[in-house]
Design a protein around this ligand. Structure first.
Ligand code: XUL
Ligand code: CO
Length: 434
């Protein structure tokens, strides 16, 4: 116990209440034959809630946490105590962390690894004592200045090797803590100017690095999923893992499309000029959907604001795609979200997560009703119904030729007539559920 959240009791489902507690998130409620908790698989992100100090480009720390600056192992342990207190209050089944979030970096790679292992010992104890499970672990290959020109894509092979050692340590710990996934987000894998950059060389390095990670996963018998998290820019001007489509092309090129899936973040989708549901639907269609980082971006600012989600219609459309994809297997809903820098109090951390969990619960329930009623899917199926015809199917089958299709089209005197897409009617339909 850290004492930091002492004034706050564990939250319960209290649909008619007015105090802290969940109005909509009821872990045991059955939705489409499955407990809500097992659908949503919520995770708290260690970095935003326990590492971020409330700084912005114009000012430093606003938060006053007793474990700051967590540059000693003792403070890192105090931070872990507070983190597990928050997990307990929220009743979340999972958490996620970067190595850099949980231990101060050592003077050498070996010391950093040892420190990570010692914190993992503490996590293991807390997890065994009823704490949450690990949704995913990841290595921070972007904060330290050694990564300023990339980790796997660095022009300096020593940085590639240093990154490999860092990832190995982090995969080992993720494996030991029974993590269900391992994430790679390439914040510095990209470039600032083409004038000093060899894109082909950098992509080959990145492809090689990912192959090494996949090989290592198999070597140690890690059964979790390797996930790439796309983002178009920030901090790098041009990030290689731009979006789902881009990452799919990258995986195909390096023969990794059956080994790696995607962790898709709401805010990153917006930065890439997409909707969250677009990214989710595309990943599902390509067979690489894995997990989600749930948050919300400011639509005006153009940068990654990582706000807690509070838009139910958006969330409903996202979970609609998740449900259509068959739901999560190893993935889950990680709140990659941070408080606003004026939200100073322990209660703010609790209420931000509780509200986000409620928003997701409402979104999930609306999505489930939309799916059960099948009206959207009926409309979608009707729209493509003509493709069920024998002649239409033959055009897609092997053996079809442009010549044969063209001759048949001329012989039939085709003159296709446009049909309404009915967008507004479908939007009206969605509005009944959200
Ligand atoms: C950065 C981001 C990361 C990843 C993990 O925008 O989303 O926190 O989720 O490295
Ligand atoms: Co993220």
């Amino acid at each position: 116990m850290s004492g930091y959240f002492d004034a706050i009791a564990p939250l319960a489902y209290d649909p008619d209440g007015d105090g802290p507690g969940f109005r909509h998130y009821n872990p045991d409620e059955i939705v489409l034959g499955k407990r809500m908790e097992d659908h949503l698989r919520f995770a708290v992100a260690y970095w935003h809630s326990f590492v971020w100090e409330g700084g912005d480009p114009f000012g430093g720390r606003t938060f006053d946490r007793p474990w700051f600056p967590a540059d000693t192992m003792e403070l890192a342990r105090a931070r872990a105590d507070a983190a597990f207190d928050l997990f307990r209050i929220l009743g979340v089944p999972y958490f996620c962390f970067h190595d850099h979030d949980v231990r101060p970096e050592g003077a050498s790679l070996t010391e950093s690894r040892d420190r990570l292992n010692r914190i993992a010992d503490l996590f293991a104890e807390k997890m065994a004592a009823g704490g949450p499970k690990l949704l995913w672990g990841t290595a921070n290959l972007f904060s330290n200045r050694r990564y300023m020109s990339g980790a796997a894509t660095n022009p300096d092979p020593d940085v590639f090797a240093y990154s490999a050692a860092t990832v190995r340590a982090c995969m080992d710990v993720t494996h030991r803590l029974n993590g269900e996934n391992y994430v790679l987000w390439g914040g510095r894998e990209g470039y600032e100017t083409l004038l000093n950059t060899d894109i082909g060389q950098e992509l080959d390095q990145m492809g090689r690095f990912l192959s090494l990670v996949v090989d290592y996963k198999h070597k140690i018998g890690f059964k979790g999923t390797i996930l790439i998290e796309p983002k178009p820019q920030e901090p790098t001007k041009h990030q290689y893992d731009y979006d789902v489509g881009n990452v799919y092309g990258f995986l195909r090129r390096y023969g990794l499309e059956n080994e790696v899936r995607l962790n898709i973040e709401q805010g990153h989708a917006i930065l890439a000029g997409h909707t969250f549901e677009h990214e989710l639907a595309l990943a599902a269609a390509l067979g690489i959907f894995g997990s989600i980082d749930m948050n919300r971006n400011d639509y005006q600012s153009g940068w990654d604001t990582d706000q807690f989600p509070n838009n139910v219609p958006e969330t409903a459309l996202a979970y609609y795609e998740v449900l259509k994809a068959g739901g999560f297997t190893t993935g889950g809903t990680n709140f990659d979200a941070k408080l606003r820098r004026q939200s100073l109090d322990p209660e703010d951390l609790v209420m931000a997560h509780a509200g986000a969990m409620d928003v997701c619960a409402r979104g999930l329930k609306a999505a489930a009703r939309m799916l059960e009623d099948d009206r959207l899917e009926t409309a979608r199926r009707d729209r493509y119904a003509a493709w069920q015809g024998a002649e239409a199917q033959a055009m897609l089958a092997p053996g079809a030729t442009l010549d044969a299709i063209a001759d048949a089209a001329e012989a039939r005197g085709l003159d296709p007539q446009p049909v309404s897409g009915r967008q507004e009617r479908l939007e009206n339909l969605v509005n009944r559920y959200v």
